[in-house]
Design a protein around this ligand. Structure first.
Ligand code: FNR
Length: 190
């Protein structure tokens, strides 16, 4: 059966290299994975004042996560952590208390930066947050992508075969991880 995956791009920049990476990942993913982007740029800054009455953007976010089997985070590292916009979206989705959208929702994390450690520190930070949010997180394969503009076209074509094969392996592993998690935690039995 087809797996539904919602993906977050952690950057709001129009020329985001992580958006480019997300396009590359969709190109090489197994055919039975179906992707929808979950937008984060339209959300107000979260406060628990909203808990009593979530605005449409907050509701849409939680519904988008509820409607997928798993979530994928494709995010830059900002100041050795994750971008504020992404943290804001996670805070929104984790609330109101008792209605955490990430609970038991499988996830994976990947990111690109121009630097050689390719978002490794930011991902560590994100993984801590997702662990607290009770999301079963894929631990391997890890993917720290040093972004080279000569390797990725704007539409996500990857000219370096080794890089493309690695991204393909990452998505195949994620597919298998989701299958394993859903076997143990079938959504209709939660
Ligand atoms: C960065 N950048 C960056 N890179 C990195 O490898 N580690 C870091 O901690 C940071 N910190 C950081 C903070 C802020 C506020 C900005 C704007 C940038 C550089 C970053 O990797 C680069 O701008 C990428 O292009 C960001 O990815 P997107 O937004 O293009 O997807």
């Amino acid at each position: 059966t087809t797996q539904k995956v919602g993906y977050f791009v952690g950057s709001l920049a129009t020329a985001s290299i992580n958006r480019t990476l997300s396009k590359a990942l969709l190109r090489v993913a197994p055919a039975n994975m179906e992707f929808t982007e979950i937008p984060i740029g339209n959300l107000p800054l979260y406060s628990y004042d909203y808990d009593a009455d979530f605005p449409p953007e907050g509701r849409a976010l939680k519904e988008a996560i509820a409607s997928v089997d798993a979530v994928l985070f494709v995010t830059p590292e900002y100041n050795r952590s994750i971008p504020g916009a992404l943290k804001n979206a996670i805070d929104w989705a984790s609330r109101p208390w008792g209605q955490n959208s990430f609970a038991r929702k499988p996830s994976a994390v990947i990111g690109a930066s121009p630097g050689a450690i390719g978002t490794a520190v930011g991902q560590q930070s994100l993984k801590q947050v997702l662990a607290f949010c009770n999301s079963p997180l894929m631990n391997a394969v890890e993917a720290y992508i040093q972004f080279r503009p000569d390797v990725f076209s704007d539409s996500g074509e990857v000219s370096d075969p080794e890089t493309e094969a690695f991204l393909r392996t990452f998505m195949q592993e994620f597919h298998e991880f989701i299958t394993r998690v859903l076997t143990v935690l079938p959504p209709d039995e939660l």
